[in-house]
Ligand binder design. Sequence first.
Ligand SMILES: Cc1cc2nc3c(=O)[nH]c(=O)nc-3n(C[C@H](O)[C@H](O)[C@H](O)COP(=O)(O)OP(=O)(O)OC[C@H]3O[C@@H](n4cnc5c(N)ncnc54)[C@H](O)[C@@H]3O)c2cc1C
Length: 342
Amino acid sequence: MLKKEYGKDLSRLNTFGMKVTARYFYEYDSLADLLDLDFEELARPVKHIGGGSNLLFTGDFRGTILHSAVRFMEVLSQDASSVTVSVGSGVVFDEFCARAAENGWWGVENLSLIPGEVGASAVQNIGAYGAEVKDVIRTVFAYDTREGEMVHFDASDCAYAYRDSRFKHEDGRYIITHVVFSLSKQWSPRLDYGNLKAALGLEPDAPVPSSLTPMQVREAVIRVRNEKLPEVGKVGSAGSFFKNPVVSREKYEQICALVPGVRVPHYDVADGVKIPAGWLIEQCGWKGRRSGNAGVWGKQALVLVNATGQAEPEEIIRLEKQIVVSVRDRFGISLEPEVEHI
Ligand SMILES: Cc1cc2nc3c(=O)[nH]c(=O)nc-3n(C[C@H](O)[C@H](O)[C@H](O)COP(=O)(O)OP(=O)(O)OC[C@H]3O[C@@H](n4cnc5c(N)ncnc54)[C@H](O)[C@@H]3O)c2cc1C
């Protein structure tokens, strides 16, 4: 069925809780309904959204918002060591993680509780606790709105990189309809990142018990995330607001000199040194601060929040600009938003 609405209230379709509307809103629950749409006729701009958890609506949307309600999970094949599952784009990603854990399948347990839907997971290459969704994606199926045909891409053709894919760069050309994942039935926990071992009651150097299940890892991930991130539905946010900047080693040394006696957190990457944007923001004194109805989350400075639930888009943008200016003034680094402004 194709559901069409005019002047649709989007406040429940974006996790920031911006009270904005879409001129036209179309939601389809089958591939046939999507293919029935006449894309030439849709009011522009056209934007396909998922759960709106990586978006900042900057005002009412004057074109057409599309949303998938294609919700199925189907096992295509399995043997003793692996399982191949096809999942509709409108399935909540965490529901897929829960189903995998319940079945004892490894691969998405570290991605538990990441907000959003399966279609967007393949756009964003979501990641957490040392895992990225690209590692379990086998094939992405999409509707090519330019050519008017269904296409599919092997994971190796999706140009996956850190929170990036080809789908982010082709201006809405592809609408992802379903994703085929390959999960493992063989014991394969990944606990080296963050404090997952501690959350499971394990010492850093202790061996991982062979009795550990994907469900236990999932539950630990959920505990850790709930401790530091705002709960979706209670506090408006879009998760990490800024990208972690990559600087040259020389620039990194300059930053260290600016904060004598303080260890500057960093990771070496191929093209330089990555510094957590949250640390830079915290150093500028923003953690937990409010600016009108907008604020910086007290447990993680990388997250901007709709602190009162009443924030207007302009208030979030004003806070974003203030943070960018203060990090630039203090460290000479220009932060860029991770969250897409539409
Ligand atoms: C509290 C919180 C914590 C978060 N933690 C993490 C984290 O740990 N790791 C992480 O990676 N992300 C995290 N995020 C960001 C967010 O959850 C992901 O980016 C997620 O994949 C967005 O999914 P969505 O369905 O909400 O997509 P949306 O935000 O609605 O859309 C994201 C992009 O995908 C496109 N898109 C959506 N559906 C389709 C489709 N079917 N076909 C084609 N394009 C589509 C949209 O046009 C848009 O460009 C967090 C967000 C929040 C609010």
